[in-house]
Design a protein around this ligand. Structure first.
Ligand SMILES: Cc1cc2nc3c(=O)[nH]c(=O)nc-3n(C[C@H](O)[C@H](O)[C@H](O)COP(=O)(O)O)c2cc1C
Length: 380
């Protein structure tokens, strides 16, 4: 379906706002005190109930609040990670393509900024995965998050035997069960609403498929599209132990993302954060959700050009696939660090529309918790 614009929406008939009932409602509204703030205050009972809903996840993480900062390459480094952990959440370093000595340095620098627990996210296809696990163990990192594919069982075993808790991404129920059998201590289920590399299924559906089956066995953290506390609350009530949130923390004051990258988030709307388009099924493209820019437009032209060169015999299939894959090499760094928001990759989740300003991590976290507690209080 083509995207709707406001001009596509049906007009409301004038009479609809002019009935006796609506006039009475308008009069009542005029007489009522000023509109409440967007997040009404929550009472102590609601906060206590929210804490109970998060107790298992918080105990697993060793944090006050069961919210993991989603590891974001180039962004989730010492400053944001420490800020989240100091604020009561659970920061996670994104190792990305770092080599072991560089990861060791980043962990030590984070430990210098916080005495609270934090985790490290390792990409399973990293050629030095084993050495990276060892770096985490040597530094006494309590939680290792394996991302970007199903982790090899020896890596899980090594992490656990070294004393770390293991968190794995489960993209489907069958894999969730397999990962727990392989030793995963907790799971993240990440829906396609998320920023960065995504699977095909929304969190809405993953939560319904996986939480009833797995939540009793291990803590399950939900990720993707969580921008407000009310959504967080609803997943906790479905059995989630907590959430992993990325997009909402990009514009934390402590985040080192370039001001232009943050500005793109503050301006961005949910409908601007789209998955990469694949032109030809012979040349698969890993879907990445990102804000659209010149780079995403040119990627389509790039694919078309490569496919033409393949069809004319200039490029064989492997070379053509590599050419397409290389297009985005280094693109996230260009946007996050250099501020090239036109050509770099603006990985962002659909909750980007709920990022409206730069604010300290503690404030963003408090806002999410206030919204969740206020939603609970409103029911009472
Ligand atoms: C800019 C950006 C970079 C990301 N990089 C990584 C990464 O390096 N490793 C990873 O496992 N997930 C990565 N993610 C996903 C986050 O860890 C997290 O799961 C996701 O942001 C949650 O969805 P949300 O963005 O809707 O909150 C990234 C997300 C964003 C927005």
């Amino acid at each position: 379906m083509a995207p709707l614009s406001t001009t596509d929406l049906p007009a409301i008939p004038a009479a609809q706002g002019n009935t006796p009932a609506s006039q009475a409602a308008a009069a009542a509204e005029a007489a009522a005190p000023a509109a409440p703030p967007s997040t009404p205050p929550a009472n102590d009972a609601a906060r206590a109930r929210l804490e109970r809903l998060m107790a298992r996840g918080a105990a697993f993480l060793g944090s006050r609040v069961a919210i993991m900062g989603g590891a974001m390459s180039w962004i989730s480094e010492r400053n944001l990670v420490a800020a989240l952990s100091n604020a009561g959440a659970f920061g996670v370093i994104a190792c990305g393509a770092m080599e072991p000595p560089r990861l060791a340095e980043e962990i030590a620098a984070t430990q210098a900024l916080t005495d609270k627990p934090f985790g490290v996210n390792l990409i399973t296809m990293h050629p030095r995965l084993d050495a990276l696990v060892q770096v985490c163990l040597d530094a006494k990192v309590g939680h290792i998050v394996f991302a970007g594919g199903i982790p090899p069982t020896p890596a899980i075993r090594k992490a656990k035997e070294g004393g770390a808790k293991v968190v794995c991404f489960a993209p489907a129920l069958a894999l969730a069960k397999k990962l727990v059998r392989s030793g995963a201590d907790a799971l993240v289920i990440e829906g396609s609403e998320a920023g960065g590399h995504i699977g095909p299924v929304s969190l809405n559906v993953l939560a319904q498929e996986i939480l009833p089956a797995m939540a009793a066995e291990v803590p399950v953290f939900v990720a993707g599209g969580i921008g407000r506390g009310e959504a967080l609350l609803s997943y906790l009530e479905m059995g989630a132990a907590g959430a992993q949130i990325g997009t909402r923390f990009v514009c934390a004051t402590e985040s080192i993302a370039h001001p232009k990258f943050k500005q793109a988030f503050i301006r961005g709307a949910a409908r601007d954060a789209l998955p990469t388009v694949q032109l030809d099924e012979r040349f698969p493209v890993i879907p990445v959700r990102a804000l659209q820019n010149e780079g995403t437009k040119r990627f389509l032209e790039h694919q078309a050009g490569v496919i033409r060169r393949h069809q004319s015999g200039e490029l064989d299939k492997v070379a053509a696939q590599l050419d397409i894959e290389h297009y985005w090499a280094g693109a996230l760094r260009r946007a996050v660090i250099d501020g090239d928001v036109e050509n770099g990759s603006l990985m962002a989740g659909q909750s980007v529309g709920m990022v409206t300003k730069e604010a300290p991590a503690a404030e963003i976290l408090a806002e999410l918790m206030d919204q969740a507690a206020a939603a609970l209080a409103a029911r009472a």
